[in-house]
Write a protein that binds this ligand. Sequence first.
Ligand code: FE2
Ligand code: FE2
Length: 287
Amino acid sequence: MDNEKIIEMIEETCELPPVPIVASKVLKLVNDPNSTVSQLEEAIIGDSNMVSRIIGMANSAYYVRVHKVKTLKAAINVLGYKALANLVIAASTRQFYAKFGLVEKLLWEHSVGTAIAAAVLATEFKAVKSDEALVGGLLHDIGKTIINLSKPDDYRDIAEEVYNGNGTYFDVEQEKLGFAHSDVGSYLIQKWNFPVELGKAIYYHHSINEIDPSMMDPFQVKYICIIDVANHFTKRLGVGYREPDDNVDIGSLKSLELLGVKVSQEDIDVLTEKIAKVIEEEKSKFD
Ligand SMILES: [Fe+2]
Ligand SMILES: [Fe+2]
């Protein structure tokens, strides 16, 4: 992740957006032991779109205990600082999909779908907290969005190669640009001073084989793996892709092994159906 050459190439190729201000303020307050609920509320309340997204997400099915949060203050009190910060980060990414062509629409659908899938899986597998899963899922492919915003022609060529079966995004990007969207995303998170564990989840989401669980915090391993499994479910369902992909073999993912989860094909089918249903029900809360 700190590979200087890669960072240099990213800086040369990509226009990296400035840190989302509200999220940055909220993170500072959350990390300050003397901050108050009122200060947090004040930092967010001026952004009415963000307030409604946060309340929407807080009332989602994956926060089973937290139904019927009506105000921002209630959301802060019920969720706690850390979960709130994650929802603010999640809510602040919507702006990067503002230019809504087909490419952005598919990327947004895929990100929201993966966020919801990750939150569902985090609860099912009791792996990480749903807010962590949610923000990780929503941002895992933010690097694709940045590449697309910076170099739309390159991104279209890459997407075309992938569609024609000439490799995965990860491989084709490395071949054409010298780095992958996971490099861009994790570097951006680092540059913005967003949580380190989020940056690592993004960095490793296509490099599960590089993980040495004995060298990494167990929480971090689970975080990465939940995002990877969620990403495979949305791929299987075709969320943000041109069509579903029945060839995605979720049962043999290394991430499941690292999560210590054993699932039968029947379990996978049930989970696939459940995830598809929750995505349909909840996706509008991210808009
Ligand atoms: Fe990805
Ligand atoms: Fe993805």
